[in-house]
Structures are given as structure tokens and as C-alpha cells.
Design a protein around this ligand. Structure first.
Ligand code: ADE
Length: 249
């Protein structure tokens, strides 16, 4: 079995790459696909770049060229549910494209006749257990106390819920409220997950999406995002991937 791992940011890839063995890099369409052994499993690690089109192309290449059997997409997201705090982890039971509107104000994808794309149940339940354990036991040890204090992270939690994706970095309270009111059981928002979900749905391949909250997707978002990636997210993403892989062994 080979597992595809997609992250949107180079910093996250670099951190995970350090733990990869027997790795070799194949470049296609400007993307570096790193194949090798990761935490005891065959894996292909790749940076999607940012946004739904970039993520969809990356997922399709993982499936067609590298023939991966499952896809995990990991990274950061902006909190939408007011219960979500920076450092909390969301595992998607459903993914939806919040900027999809075929003319009837639904999120339904034309011709596929689906709006909320369901993650693979077994993979999602394994991921939720793995990241719950990581959030309660290990996560705060990965980050120096100075930055845990700066980001107000003390007892991060792991939850299951809808993750919405769109080609927008959300940093306005008004849009955040719109998402909360229109997307069923939304926890957070990002820019790639639901695109990968659509590709996996069309290929019939299991996937799940895991995100750590980096910002409140409101008026302060752009201020704290870069620092969070540098000081926290890359370690969290590595920890999340490792926790999942160890459970899949
Ligand atoms: N990824 C991390 N934070 C985000 C935000 N506020 N909007 C969209 N994608 C994000």
C-alpha cells in the first residue's frame, strides 16, 4: 500500500521530508513528488501549492502517475465554528467547496450531483483517534513554550466536522459568519481539501482531510498566519502525519 500525503506549504513538506527514508524525487508539472518510506509505510509526499486547482492537479497526479491507494491532506485552516481555537485539530467527515454555486445557491457540483463529499470512514476514524492522542499527549511538546503562549495554545482538542474549501483566504468577520450560517456543521475553512476530495471521489480512492487551526479567519487572520506556519504548523503537521501513519501500520 502506498499513501499519498499532500500539504499546501513548503515548510510542512520540508519538516516531514527529514523523516523520510530511501527517498527519491520526481518532478512533474513543477511539483516535487518525494517517494520513499515514511514512518514504516510506502508514501509519496508532495506540496500541492495553494488553491483548489493546484490541489486537484496534484491529487490527480498522485493517483494516475504514482498509483497511491489513499490520500491524506494535511495543513492549516482558519477557524469558523466559534468553539475552534488556534492549535485545535479538525478531521473532516465531510468536505465542501464553499465557492461552488451552480446557480441555485447550493454547493452542488454540477454533473456529480454531490455537495458534501464524505471522507473515508475507516481512515477518518483512525485519523481522529491518532490526532486526539497527539493533541492531548504530544502536540504542545513540539513547540517552545514561548510560542504556545503567543498563540494562546494550552489544551488543544481534536474534533470531527465539515471542512470548507474555496479559492479565498478568509480574513473578514462577515464572510466567516456567512460560512458559519450556510455550511452544515462547519468547523474551519481552507483552500485545498474539498478539491482533493472531489478528485478522490471521482477516482473512487479513500481520503481524509486533517487541519490544524492557525487563525480565526476573521479580521486578524493575515497578521498571525505566517508566524504560525514558521513556529508551529510545520511541527504540528509532521506530528499529525506521524500519528496517523503509526496507526495505519
Ligand atoms: N488556511 C489557513 N487559514 C486560512 C484562512 N483564514 N482562510 C483560508 N485558508 C486558510
Amino acid at each position: 500500500m502506498t499513501i499519498g500525503v499532500i500539504c499546501a506549504m513548503q515548510e510542512e513538506i520540508n519538516e516531514i521530508h527529514k523523516d523520510m527514508q530511501s527517498d527519491r524525487t520526481t518532478t512533474i508539472a513543477g511539483r516535487d513528488f518525494i517517494s520513499g518510506t515514511l514512518y514504516g509505510q510506502n508514501a509519496v509526499l508532495v506540496m500541492s501549492r495553494i488553491g483548489k486547482v493546484a490541489a486537484a492537479v496534484t491529487a490527480a497526479l498522485l493517483l494516475e502517475h504514482f498509483k497511491v491507494d489513499k490520500i491524506l491532506i494535511c495543513g492549516t485552516a482558519g477557524g469558523v465554528d466559534p468553539q475552534m481555537n488556534v492549535g485545535d485539530i479538525v478531521v473532516a467527515d465531510y468536505s465542501v467547496q464553499h465557492d461552488m454555486n451552480p446557480g441555485d445557491n447550493s454547493f452542488r457540483i454540477p454533473l456529480l450531483d454531490v455537495d458534501y463529499l464524505k471522507s473515508d470512514e475507516a481512515l477518518t476514524s483512525l485519523a481522529l483517534q491518532a490526532v486526539s492522542e497527539y493533541a492531548s499527549a504530544q502536540m504542545t511538546r513540539d513547540i517552545p513554550q514561548e510560542y504556545l503562549d503567543k498563540f494562546h495554545i494550552s489544551a488543544p482538542k481534536a474534533v470531527l466536522g465539515t471542512i470548507a474549501s474555496g479559492d479565498q483566504f478568509i480574513c473578514e468577520k462577515e464572510k466567516n459568519t456567512w460560512l458559519y450560517e450556510h455550511v452544515k456543521n462547519i468547523k474551519c475553512v481552507e483552500m485545498e481539501g474539498a478539491a482533493v476530495a472531489q478528485v478522490c471521489y471521482e477516482w473512487g480512492v479513500p481520503f481524509t482531510v486533517i487541519r490544524v487551526i492557525s487563525d480565526g479567519a476573521n479580521d486578524d487572520s493575515s497578521v498571525d498566519f505566517d508566524l504560525f506556519i514558521e513556529k508551529a504548523a510545520r511541527f504540528f503537521t509532521r506530528g499529525i502525519v506521524r500519528a496517523c501513519f503509526e496507526r495505519m501500520a
